[in-house]
Design a protein around this ligand. Sequence first.
Ligand code: NDP
Length: 412
Amino acid sequence: MTRGRDRGREAPFVPLWKWGTGMRTVTVLGATGVIGTHTLEVVDRFPDAFTVVALTAGRNVERLAELVRRYRPRFVAVAEAEGARWLRERLRQDGLPMPEIGVGREGLVAAAEVPSDVVVSAVVGAAGLPAAWAALARGAVLALANKETLVTAGDLVMAVARRHGGSIVPVDSEHSALFQCLMGSRREDVRRLLLTASGGPFRTWPKERLAQVTVEEALRHPNWAMGRKITVDSATLMNKGLEVIEAHHLFAAEYDDIEVLVHPQSVVHSLVEYRDGSMLAQLAPPDMRLPIQYALMHPARPENDWPRLDLTTSGALTFEPPDLERFPCLRLAYDAGRAGGYAPCVLNAANEVAVEAFLEGRLPFNGIARVVESVLERHITGTPRELNDIVEMDAWARGEARSAVRKGGWGA
Ligand code: NDP
């Protein structure tokens, strides 16, 4: 693998002394979502291994109240002041010990700053960036599901981790697979990283039909149960594009050395090809609890109760190249990644706005790529120097994407 300017700059994975051998304290950002819920299932499966110290939600304060009752965190945060008021009142009525309650972006960052061994970032979207930054800046282990963090600000985030001794462990199943397949290898022996993609629900649909996709169809993922935004990203293949950028930063790999393979069965979670021609793959049922467990407990692999793979009954495993013509979001992500600078941040912000507009019926499915491309074409190139540069460019791209959606005419 050519590793040019990034040689030696891969993710600073967790030194074992950081893990220690006793109970690990855990913060879960986005605890009310799909990944947050799976993370707490892993915590429940290994009660002697983890103590929850901080939890955050967006708007689902009722679920957060249940989580406070169960895990008794010392700190919680919610997205809005109204939610915080409701939560405080509910906890008072129930006679529960009152955690400190943070609100909004500051609350999320404060949660990441509460001393803990590991911060699981399972917030959706670029909203997760400042808190991930804060976790790394205090030298914590960041178990990263929120791929938008590395997409929007990968170079800066990796630099913060290096500067302050923070570590990043991947939670995304593909990156967890790569992480596992790279264990114990010499990086100079790696030829390529191969990220697998299910291909989503429209893998076999002709291009013309993609203009008619309904929200319900896009939310019906063939293999994975996920939050709404990532499910739409999987259908457009933007999710795979975001993962390519994430892999570039995590593993210090050049874009030419990261390939995407469509694998509809979602059993092989990714592969590493070595110079001698060997390929190592990680196989498992499509169940996010497994990569979460690995992120929180590796290199240990204790027994769990999750479903097992039976290769005698799982059927044929097939692989095909992605179709960039029908799924242009993957091409846009490669282009933005290669361009670097602000481009991945713009790609991500415009995509978040476009996906939201699609989910609200204001943009056709095939309009998502067109809106993103139009914003990318207009952005001013340059290199972000600090977090605030990213915040400003993110806001600009969202504004541009919103006016593009309002302008309409994207479905033709
Ligand atoms: P969900 O939509 O299920 O959950 C998102 C979480 O983020 C919820 O707890 C939500 O709170 C919270 N949240 C949303 N907006 C804000 C905000 N502005 N401020 C604070 N909190 C907020 O998403 P997923 O769990 O599916 O995905 C989470 C992340 O993990 C994404 O980045 C996704 O790409 C990534 N990922 C997901 C996988 C999966 O299988 N689901 C696999 C690999 C990666 P609330 O619900 O209370 O409003």
